[in-house]
Design a protein around this ligand. Structure first.
Ligand code: FES
Length: 386
């Protein structure tokens, strides 16, 4: 049998052949289709989103959800676990922060962005104390790789969350339980005190209603009468609440300390690293504590950054280069602010920067001297090209 004979066995092949013949005979007017692909791409991945806060929902004394609707009447689809990068002008500085969408992808009318107060949180403080219904924002995205893939992650998932790290899981849990998706999920959610637990009632209700979802809150500083498990999310605790780790995939999201603690604990249980996924969680709280940080450079040390052809910037060693550039009024394209997406690349012409673990610099960037400014800390005077 020839290749052509094989093709004729495919349903619809003859019809396509007829269409090709007709197009050849009369010619196809491609001008009528011009821009069609770009239009579809722009709908799926718009360069920017114009959002308006329709409602501010108080979740805990330190956490609020900002419900965002579109100013243009359309929100692009997203996958549970993805984030948007929200731009804001705070104290005269235009900056941005990525926030995971906590609502389910099936809620097409809005994105929920859940924000918790952070010590020294430049943008989170602004969002929590100033923002009200009706306020407008520009955003980029949705984007991000922290999402479930049925071909890779199987049907037994363990979510390990700390504090506001619950937000991408909330979207995944809402989607899977609302749509009755065929996957088992166990959430182990750590907080310092019970009052800090975000979405506690909803999580309890969903666990009571859905057999495929189990919820284990863990409190490290319990008050008298606390009914949750207490302590840390250790190997011992996980052994107690999970029926084995075989065949399970582990997703982790929370501050750096959560990864530092939980990854070795999972190792003790025999979970291989390729069965774990970690969400990037912004810049580390104390970069000087990162292994490899040069001992001679103290937090607060100032360096001079020459921006080729544009001016000079004074930068602090413990702050990402991106923050110093934004503070000086430079606009750098950004998305993840976690060293993952490459949007914020700048070329390092001279001097040295420290790049922590998790900064995924591409081989070509390394070769030509580019660094991710959101995950690069000056440890000498430098010159960069924007
Ligand atoms: S903004 Fe994504 S790598 Fe810097």
């Amino acid at each position: 049998m020839t290749a052509r004979d094989n093709l004729t066995q495919i349903e619809g092949y003859d019809r396509v052949l007829d269409e090709v013949k007709t197009a050849r005979r009369y010619g196809a007017d491609y001008r009528t289709m011009k821009g069609e692909v770009a239009r579809v791409l722009d709908l799926l991945h718009p360069k920017s989103l114009r959002l308006r806060v329709s409602e501010v929902i108080e979740e805990t004394p330190s956490t609020k959800t900002l419900r965002m609707v579109s100013e243009t009447g359309y929100l692009p689809p997203f996958e549970a676990g993805q984030y948007i990068n929200l731009f804001a002008e705070v104290a005269g500085v235009r900056t941005s922060r990525p926030y995971s969408i906590s609502s389910a992808p099936s809620e097409t009318a809005y994105y929920d962005v859940t924000v918790r107060a952070q010590q020294g949180g430049f943008v989170s403080d602004h969002l929590l104390s100033r923002v009200k219904a009706g306020d407008r924002f520009e955003a980029a995205g949705p984007a991000g790789q922290f999402r479930y893939n049925p071909l890779i992650h199987g049907k037994e998932l363990v979510f390990i969350a700390g504090g506001s790290g619950i937000t991408p899981f909330m979207s995944m849990i809402r989607e899977a339980t609302d749509r009755g998706l065929d996957r088992a999920m166990h959430l182990i959610y750590g907080n310092r005190v019970e009052g800090d637990i975000i979405f506690h009632n909803e999580l309890k209700e969903r666990a009571a209603r859905h057999k495929n979802f189990t919820y284990t809150p863990v409190i490290s500083e319990p008050s008298k009468g606390c009914v949750a498990l207490t302590g840390f999310m250790s190997a011992e605790l996980m052994k107690k609440v999970l029926s084995g780790v075989q065949g399970k995939n582990f997703f982790l999201c929370g501050p750096g300390a959560l990864y530092d603690f939980c990854m070795p604990e999972l190792g003790k249980l025999g979970v291989p690293e390729n069965r774990t996924r970690r969400e990037m969680f912004g810049a580390p709280t104390d970069i000087t504590a990162d292994p490899g940080w040069p001992r001679g450079v103290k937090a607060g040390t100032r360096f001079s950054i020459k921006v080729k052809g544009k001016g000079d910037v004074s930068a602090l060693a413990h702050e990402p280069l991106l923050v110093s550039l934004e503070r000086a009024g430079f606009t750098v394209p950004v998305l993840c602010r976690s060293g993952e997406c490459s949007m914020c690349r700048v070329k390092l012409l001279s001097g040295k920067v420290f790049q922590p673990r998790g900064a995924h610099v591409r081989a070509s960037d390394l070769k030509y001297g580019y660094v991710h400014s959101c995950a690069a800390y000056p440890i000498e005077d430098c010159e960069v090209l924007l």
